[in-house]
Every structure is written in C-alpha cells, then in structure tokens.
Ligand binder design. Sequence first.
Ligand SMILES: Cc1ncc(COP(=O)(O)O)c(C=O)c1O
Length: 451
Amino acid sequence: MLSVDAKLVDYSKKLESEYRAKTRRSMELYEKSVNLLPAGVTYSLRYFHPYPLYIVRAKGTRVWDIDGNEYIDLWMGHGAHLLGHIPEVVLKAVREALEYGTHFGFEHPYVVEYVDLLTRIIPGLEELRFTNSGTEANMYAVRLARAYTRRKYILKIEGGWHGSYDSLHIAVKNFNGKPESAGIPDDYAKYTLTAPFNDVNAVDEKLRKHDVAAVIIEPVMGAAGCIEPDKNYLSEIRRIVDEHGSLLVFDEVITGFRLSPGGAQEYYGVKADIVVLGKALSGGVGSIGGFGGRRDIMELLNHLKQSEAVFHGGTYTGNLLAVSAGYALVKYLASNRGLYTESNSNWDYFRRRIGETCSELLINCWPTGAGTLTGVHFTRRKPRNAREAEEYKWSKLVEKTLHLYSRVNGILYMSETHVHYLPSLVHSKREIMQLLETLTAFLEDLQRITR
Ligand SMILES: Cc1ncc(COP(=O)(O)O)c(C=O)c1O
C-alpha cells in the first residue's frame, strides 16, 4: 500500500500541470528572475513550487496575477491590510499627504496626532517610537528591556517569529538552540532562552535559573500556525514575569489592531510592559514598526534626560506617508468596532465548520486561531505549540499540496508549509464560505485518495 505522501505526489502532478497552464507569464518572469534575485524572489517565504505568481493588481480582498487570474487573498500583504487592499479611507489620506511631501526627515504634527491616538487605543501605551519594520521594533524592545532591567537574558517562545534580528532568530523552526541563519555566530544567541508556548512551568523554570530581562511572546502564535493561548496562559505568564522582576514584551506585529483595536492586550485583558507593533501600523503603506509602553521604561530612550540613553533611530522612521496612512486606518478601526464582532465571529464559524468536516471525514486535521487569525494543522492531535505542530505532522506533503490546490482554485495565502490565513476584517461571509467549500473539496479528495 502506498503511503499518503506517495499518493499525494500523483495527485499534485495533475494540479501542477493545471497551475502551469494558467500561469504561463508568471513562469516566464520567474525564469528571468532566477538570474536576478537569489532564488528568484524578494523573500524566501514568497517562493512556492514550481514558481511564484506575479501579482500585478490588488483591490479589497482580491489580487490579480500577470496572467489575469483573480484570487481571494488571505495573505493581505503579510497581514498588513486589515481593511483590504487600498481601502478608500487610506487612499484618501495618502493622496492628501502626497500634496505636502513623502518624508520630511524632521518632526511633523501628524506623528504627534497618531501617537496620541495610539495611546488612547492601546492599553498601557504611554509613549512610542516608530521603526522601519517589525524586526527592528523587536530589536529595540529587547535592547530597551535589557537596559531597563540591567539583565542580559531574553526568553522567547519556541516557534515565535519576531523577524530576523540575530538574538531572536533562534528556535523558530529548529529547536536545537542554534541560530537559524548562516552568518549568526552561536555567541549572538547565547543569552536567548526558549520555552514552548502554552507551558507556564517551562517559562517559570527558566526565569528561576536565569536573570531574564524580558519574556517576548506573540499572544497568538502567528508564523507557527496561528495557535491560540490556553485560557489564563497569558495572565499566568504576566504573573510569573512580575514575580521574577522581568518585563513582558508582547509582539503584536500580527495581533495588533487585528484581534481588537487595542490588540491582544485588549482582547485577552492582559497588559504587557512593552508592546511591539508593525504591519497594519502603516495602514499597509510602506514598511513600519513601532515599540512602546510604560513611560518609565520608554524614558530610557530620552537622550535629553539620560546620560546613557538607549539608542534608536532610522532614516525613514515616522515618515509622513506611513504615518498618515496608519493614522487613517487605525482611526477608522477604532470607530468601527462592529467590524471585529462580525469578522471574528465569521472566522469562529469557519474554524468550527472545518473542525466538524475533518471529524466527519475522519481526517486528522485541526483548525486553530483566534479572531481572524486562522491556521489548519494536519497533525495527529491538535497542536498547542510549535513543537507539537511539527512533531505531530502525519505527512510532509499535505500542506504543500493544499497550497497548490488553493492556488489552482483561486485562493492565495502563505506559506506552502504552514496553512495560515491572515485575512482582512472585510472578507465577506460569502468569501469565507467559498474558502470553506474549497477546503472541504480538498479534504474530500484527500479522504478518497488516502483511503
Ligand atoms: C509576530 C511578528 N513579529 C515580527 C515580524 C517581523 O516584522 P517585519 O517583517 O516587518 O520585519 C513579523 C513578520 O511577519 C511577525 O509576524
């Protein structure tokens, strides 16, 4: 009898020829691109087999490729477009900003107004600094926490993705204690400790043994497959972090503005000391990040007061375009809370239905997530952390095959190896039903071919 993966190879071949037939111009571009960009792509994540699609237009919840195919986009610019691509409210703000400039390189009033708004929406946020990416914001958050506590160790969660800053680029996919990129000396991560998600004792144990400056955590695991925290997990982490005199950093690059206008802190009612933001912070216009929190911590950046201030800077920080667009988006979100009620409940429904379908079809597959953040795991049991999400996998090919199947059927998301959807808050119930039907049809095929 053939193993599941051997059967999936045959099934994928048919899908691949359909894909190739629909996407000839993407293939031609990719052939040119492989000699221009390493692996032919701008970011390794954006490659998929046998070649990526080249997108030429995006509007609302849809994108179109160079061959004219239309897709429901569940990737939304890496989760940045909470109101879909180029929503009117953001477009208007960008058009207005462009009348005045793009990036002054001096202080401007729009930053003051934006941060003032953010402090009114995000729990515990008293001061903030902008950065140019989520990676940078995490780097500064770590630096700040180390300076504040005068401690060296950082504890991150296995599977946590905080960008590619050397000290945090560890235990994302491999849990062997080594940095995950060539070119990072082991020494650079020697003060980084790790613990599994949803395991309070493991964090407690590490905090007992080491002087830890901060525990940095994604309140809902993102890249690891949208895994939600157990009830009371975050509040327990808050409690033990306080007990050990560390700081709690919430990396809300994904969950910020997504779970609720105030992010996971508002959604779960647990406050962090430092919150890290990104993605939607610029309204989907330009690269951005931000870190902020309690005034007494943030004031360590105040070079006017500190003899040895924590340094932060950057050419494009707080640039007019990103700030104007972000302000318009966040202001809209904060005054349209009904959007959250509706979209979060639509995605709850989706997860429930997928769970039921998997159980009816006797397929080991588990929806995970919170709010709109949604993962699907093909594992023997429902994973509660990144290690389980890897160890319990029963196939090496099923996610890849589903990705190809989705592309052929007009649905796009990242990545090939992890089924996780970062939809906007404006994907309609109809689109969610279409996704449900597509996924159900795949699961039925899977049941038939693996029987
Ligand atoms: C939770 C989280 N933190 C940080 C980052 C890094 O952000 P950026 O890609 O803007 O550097 C990401 C990116 O996906 C993320 O998901």
